[in-house]
Every structure is written in structure tokens, then in C-alpha cells.
Design a protein around this ligand. Structure first.
Ligand code: ZN
Length: 339
């Protein structure tokens, strides 16, 4: 018996055969914050073949209270979350192949990755990306583990294409949107409870025990001591545009133009160019230094302070403009910095 995984193999519902299956699987995790760091650690330790991690952000001090894998050094150096997580995970399990992508999980990027993926896991903090994952799951027939948490409240649901309702179906009947903004804060155990659900479901699916997958939608409030499990089968909508007979996968339709998003509760605006284009970070840094701006950074990104606002530019042309929630103002700064 493989000693590393012996306790998981002794667990009779997994066994040698289940472990062998887990070792063949590729899991894609979108969002490597609170949820994504927990599930990626769990799956790296459990011995999957490959993990792909996608995240658009970098580590900040306020993440350390609940986001596993990250250190004070990562925050000080503004290390991208996907890259920082990969480094730490390879120390935990060097046998797992890990691909880290620093970027926005948009339809173009995601469709290019679907070939070889066995499971999609939700680690995002926004419904725009969740609906994209939901459509990908249906189009490519890949199970998708939805999870979400805020404050002491969390929810989880396993979406199995062709079997369960999808996220769009659920949304018609349940108040899923709720309070998703991080201004209300969060306690770490809420994250762990959601990822305990996502992690257990992942092990069932990856070891091939589909009959064990939970068919119910789960919500809980750890502070109010409430726990609810709702049978969701009847919520499947035959007219659903994501999973119904006449499906169109509305969230995979490619939009064009520059995309501006106000990041909830962060006093930050993200700006993405219409087409991701490689920026020469070194050239920009030189330009800004000679203009007298304060410039910092690492191999993945550069930060610059102009007019009291800190902007962070990534290699793919994306920028986070901190210190404003006004898209017009943010766009002005963005264009003035790129010249
Ligand atoms: Zn549906």
C-alpha cells in the first residue's frame, strides 16, 4: 500500500481502487482565495494527478486571516495568489503537477483549458464567474462544485451535468445572490465548512463513487447555529438556457471591448483590455520612474502610485486601480499611465 495515502486507502469507500482513480485526475480550481486555497491543499494532499489554479489577484495582508497557504512574505511582495499557492503546494506534495495561471477566468481562457479536466471547483467571489463555470460544466459535461460564503453563512451544491439542476436552475427558486460583498466580513470556519463539503464531494467524484454524491443543496450559519439541507432535484428547469433542451450557454458568449469591474467592498476597479496583450512591465516601470512616480513590483506585476492612487498592472494588460470605486476615474488613470 502507498504509505503516503494509506489512511485514505483504508477508508473503505475509497480503497486502493478509488485512490488509483484519484491519482489519474485533473482538477481545475477557479479563484485561489479563501475557498480555493483550502480545496487546493486538500486535493494536493489527497494525491490528484494535476491541479490547475487560476486567480487574477495578489496576496494582501487582509487575506492571511482565512486564506491558507499564504505568508506575510507573500503579502509584502504582492505575490500573485496562483503562483504563491503553487509554490506552497509543491512543498506539500511534489508529486502533483500544478499549473498556476495569473489572469482573469474569462470564456476564452477557460474554453482553452477544458480538454483534460475532470472536475471544476468554485473558489470565486462573484456570480459572473460562477455562471461562466456553470455553462462550461454543462457544455463539456464536467462536474462543478459550487460553493460560497460570507460572514458566518455558507452554501454548497454539487452540479452533475445531466443529473442535477444547474446553478441557473437553482437561482430561479433560491436567494443565492444574497450578500456577496466582502464589506460584511467573514470568519475562517465558514470557509472551512464550505470547503469540507466541496472537498468530500470532490473525493467522491474523483474516486468514481458518483452514487455517493450529495443531491441536496446545503446552507448553514455557524453563528446562528442553523443548518439546512434541501433536496434540489425538483428545481431542474427544462427551459433553462444553461442545462435545458434548448440550451445556449449564455455566459460563454464572448463579449468585446474593454471590461471595467468595480470589485465589491475593495475600493478597487479592475480594467481589462478588449484583447489580452502582453505588457512590457520593465519598459513601463522605467517610463514611470523617469516621470517621478513611486514604482514597485515582482516578476508578475508592477505597482505605481500616481495622484495618490496605487495601480497594479499585470503581464496580460489587466490593471487593478486601488483607492477608487469610480469606473470613470479609474479608466482615466489607466489610460494616463499607459500613455
Ligand atoms: Zn439549469
Amino acid at each position: 500500500m502507498n504509505e503516503r495515502y494509506s489512511r485514505q486507502i483504508l477508508f473503505k469507500s475509497i480503497g486502493e481502487k478509488g485512490q488509483e482513480e484519484i491519482g489519474k485526475k485533473h482538477v481545475l480550481i477557479v479563484g485561489v482565495g479563501a475557498l480555493g486555497t483550502h480545496t487546493s491543499e486538500l486535493l494536493a494532499r489527497s494525491g490528484v494527478r494535476k491541479l490547475t489554479l487560476i486567480d487574477r489577484d495578489y496576496v494582501e495582508m487582509s487575506n492571511l486571516q482565512r486564506q491558507h497557504l499564504f505568508t506575510e512574505e507573500d503579502a509584502a511582495e504582492k505575490w500573485p495568489k496562483a503562483a504563491a499557492a503553487k509554490e506552497q503546494l509543491q512543498r506539500i506534495n511534489s508529486e502533483v503537477e500544478i499549473e498556476a495561471i495569473v489572469g482573469q477566468a474569462d470564456a476564452v481562457l477557460m474554453e482553452s483549458l477544458m480538454d483534460d479536466v475532470d472536475l471544476l471547483i468554485d473558489g470565486t467571489d462573484n456570480f459572473e464567474t460562477r455562471f461562466l463555470l456553470n455553462d462550461l460544466a454543462q457544455k463539456y459535461r464536467i462536474p462543478y462544485l459550487f460553493g460560497s460564503c460570507v460572514g458566518s453563512f455558507g452554501m454548497a451544491f454539487s452540479i452533475i451535468p445531466g443529473v442535477t439542476p444547474c446553478l441557473q436552475c437553482l437561482l430561479k427558486s433560491l436567494p443565492l445572490q444574497g450578500q456577496t460583498c466582502d464589506t460584511v466580513g467573514i470568519i475562517a470556519p465558514t470557509v472551512q465548512m464550505v470547503t469540507a463539503h466541496q472537498g468530500a464531494e470532490a473525493l467522491k467524484i474523483l474516486s468514481g463513487k458518483m452514487e455517493a454524491v450529495r443531491q441536496a443543496y446545503v446552507t448553514f450559519d455557524l453563528w446562528e447555529n442553523e443548518y439546512l439541507s434541501l433536496k434540489a432535484g425538483a428545481l431542474k428547469d427544462k427551459y433553462c438556457l444553461s442545462c435545458g433542451a434548448e440550451r445556449t450557454y449564455p455566459f460563454l458568449t464572448i463579449e468585446s471591448g474593454t471590461k471595467v469591474a468595480v470589485l465589491c467592498g475593495r475600493d478597487t476597479v479592475q480594467i481589462r483590455p478588449a484583447k489580452s496583450e502582453a505588457l512590457s512591465l520593465e519598459r513601463l516601470a522605467d517610463q514611470w520612474r523617469s516621470a517621478g512616480y513611486e514604482v514597485g513590483g515582482n516578476p508578475f506585476l508592477i505597482s505605481v502610485v500616481k495622484e495618490g492612487m496605487r495601480s497594479v498592472f499585470f503581464q496580460d494588460g489587466r490593471a487593478l486601480i486601488h483607492g477608487t470605486s469610480d469606473p470613470v476615474e479609474a479608466r482615466k488613470i489607466y489610460h494616463s499611465l499607459l500613455g
